[in-house]
Design a protein around this ligand. Structure first.
Ligand code: GH3
Ligand code: MG
Ligand code: MG
Ligand code: MG
Length: 313
């Protein structure tokens, strides 16, 4: 457990630090409220022990600011215990009102301090596992179960955000719509189980080709989503015509290069994908138009014989 000890009195800091360290806790120190707020953000402690009267900023104000900062973060509540010189009823009420969780005399007997710290470290442990579980849930909710790619819901959220930014700043925005060729026939011929395996492999190939394109700087922060069924979307923020063309070709090639047998895929003989692209040099209007345009080109790629990308009208 990491404890942030906030007190302006050196003698208190020295005594408390040596006691807490002797119980095996990590102690970081701040000498006033303002320092405490900064240290809280950088050190992410599991518990705060907060003096009330301090120069620059008092403990109540610092607690308010820490609570406001916490509200902007993913993690849960951090216990704050006020350190007082007198344990009066008024002190307790004020401490709780100010967003503290408890209060304790600075001269608390050793066994009481030790017991309180033990209880707090239990809470810190629970908090950590809660944060981890939350993170895991969030990841699951944004992932497609079959392929592990970004799912439709999370794609929509990210696209809205990116489109808003691009529109505000006049940036370019690119999109590829991808669709596996003759996939219904694949399922009919090889069975749905093999169809699922194929979808996973295709997703991996698309994702790897996109990551490669990002690392070559053909694209910047492009990402893949499972759009639905056997369709995928590649979002290409800040797209350039050459970058979008390169990543589209790379993806079509990467899928075909996996050489997954598909007897019923026209003349190709193995699994292939078709792509339609759209690029807006300066984002404006509605993003749905970009999807419509890419969809139209995907349809052209299909009618031209599949296993190809069509990027311009
Ligand atoms: P085209 O080349 O014109 O795209 O032909 P297609 O057969 O791929 O197109 P169509 O939209 O008719 O068929 C899509 C098929 O994708 C139908 C559906 O069974 C299959 N499919 C969609 N999602 C899944 C999935 O999660 N697993 C499996 N195994 N099949 C899926
Ligand atoms: Mg003080
Ligand atoms: Mg389809
Ligand atoms: Mg298809």
């Amino acid at each position: 457990m990491k404890i942030l000890l906030v007190d302006d009195a050196r003698s208190v800091v020295m005594v408390m630090t040596s006691r807490l360290a002797s119980y095996g806790y990590d102690v970081v120190h701040a000498a006033n409220g303002l320092e405490a707020v900064a240290t809280f953000a950088s050190a992410a402690p599991d518990l705060v022990l907060m003096d009330i009267e301090m120069p620059v900023m008092n403990g109540f104000e610092a607690t308010n600011r820490i609570r406001a900062f916490e509200a902007t973060q993913a993690w849960a509540w951090t216990p704050i215990i006020f350190l007082t010189s007198s344990d009066t009823v008024e002190n307790l009420v004020t401490a709780i009102e100010a967003g503290g969780d408890d209060f304790m005399s600075k001269f608390v007997p050793e066994p009481v301090l030790q017991a309180k710290m033990k209880a707090m470290s239990r809470i810190a442990g629970l908090r950590r596992s809660l944060s981890q579980a939350n993170q895991k849930l969030q990841d699951l909710a944004s992932q497609d179960g079959l392929t592990g790619l970004c799912n439709r819901r999370s794609m929509d959220t990210r696209v809205d955000q990116l489109w808003m930014e691009a529109s505000a700043k006049g940036h370019g925005f690119g999109l590829l719509m991808l669709d596996i060729d003759n996939f219904k026939k694949y399922n009919d011929h090889y069975g749905h189980q093999t169809g699922d395996d194929c979808l996973r492999s295709v997703a991996r190939a698309i994702d790897a080709a996109t990551a490669e394109s990002n690392s070559l700087s053909d694209t910047q922060a492009a990402f893949v989503a499972r759009y639905g069924g056997e369709e995928f979307a590649v979002i290409v923020p800040h797209a350039t015509p050459q970058g979008l063309a390169d990543v589209a070709q790379a993806i079509v090639k990467a899928v075909f290069s996996q050489a997954i047998a598909h007897e019923k895929n026209d003349a190709w003989g193995q699994v292939s994908i078709s792509a339609g692209g759209a690029l807006i040099a300066q984002a404006q209007g509605e993003v749905v138009n970009v999807f419509r345009e890419a969809d139209g080109r995907l349809y052209q790629a299909k009618t031209l014989g599949r296993n190809r990308a069509v990027l311009a009208g």
